[in-house]
Design a binder for this molecule. Structure first.
Ligand code: FE
Ligand code: FE
Ligand code: ZN
Length: 279
């Protein structure tokens, strides 16, 4: 009998240790947070001892790996060199902070190519990773699978594979799946989860998969739109989400909710999923 690793998105505004306490209060054993204002901007001032306090809490309570999420405006494949430069700076700064949270994961959106074309974008993203990753890094950097809205990169497993194949320190790289994004991108996790995972395994490799975002979707299958919905209130539905957490190839992963909820809503979804987990 294994346990479910489940948590949700929390705010770093009250500090690092506070996120750990908040997670415990809703019976989560992982969580995700934005390293800074999701629109970019400065990272939060770190109070001495705060991160160390969180580390202790995580260890004492045997948390699964936690996930830091890069700002979603970060665009490593922008056509604008200043935007690319900013992405490099933010990633380096975030990874520097992450070194104080050993074993955590750092998730980012590959970016949007805005007219430059997918090939150029893949090169730029790989280039940014080659400039950022170092051999002694303790963090695993995750590429998130995207919905494909606009000119978003990473909505096809082949794009994720191509980015990884152009990075030198690939042992520092992993993938985070997002159920809302997969479904919007045309991967039918409702009717053919096995088929989607087989495809991922053949193209990227399931050993790369390190985390999962659990979201229902407001949008229909293959819509190429990114609108998260509460679990059971969207087009994916509770049954399909319960199959995800119980799938033998997935059930060991840290699952984080990014549903439109405040803490009580997250607590209810965590409880629902814990009760639906078969171990
Ligand atoms: Fe994301
Ligand atoms: Fe996500
Ligand atoms: Zn999303």
């Amino acid at each position: 009998m294994s346990r479910l690793n489940i948590g949700c998105h929390l705010s770093v505004a009250g500090g690092y240790l506070h996120m750990g306490q908040e997670a415990l209060s809703i019976h989560a054993n992982t969580f995700q947070f934005f390293t800074r204002n999701p629109r970019g901007g400065k990272s939060k001032e770190i109070v001495p001892g705060d991160i160390e306090g969180l580390n202790e809490l995580l260890k004492e309570n045997e948390f699964a790996p936690i996930v830091a999420h890069a700002p979603y405006t970060l665009n490593a494949c922008s056509a604008d060199p200043h935007v690319r430069e900013f992405a490099l700076m933010v990633m380096a700064d975030d990874l520097n902070i992450m070194e104080r949270l050993p074993g955590a994961l750092y998730n980012f959106h590959p970016g949007s190519h805005v007219g430059q074309g997918i090939e150029m974008a893949i090169d730029l993203i790989a280039d940014a990773l080659n400039k950022t990753l170092t051999p002694d890094l303790s963090t695993t950097v995750l590429l998130e699978t995207m919905s494909g809205k606009g000119s978003e990169v990473g909505s096809h497993f082949e794009e994720i594979r191509d980015i990884i194949s152009r990075v030198e320190l690939t042992e520092k790289l992993g993938v985070c799946m997002d159920s809302c994004h997969l479904y919007s991108a045309g991967y039918d996790i409702v009717n053919d989860l096995d088929g989607v995972l087989t495809q991922f395994d053949q193209i990227v490799g399931l050993d790369r998969l390190k985390a999962f975002h659990l979201n229902d979707s407001k949008m229909p299958f293959d819509s190429r739109k990114d609108r998260h919905e509460k679990i059971g209130e969207g087009t994916i539905g509770t049954e399909a989400i319960v199959r995800i957490i119980n799938h033998p190839a997935l059930k060991h992963l840290p699952f984080n909710l990014e549903t439109p909820n405040e803490i009580p809503g997250y607590a209810a979804e965590i409880k629902l999923l814990q009760e639906a987990f078969q171990g």
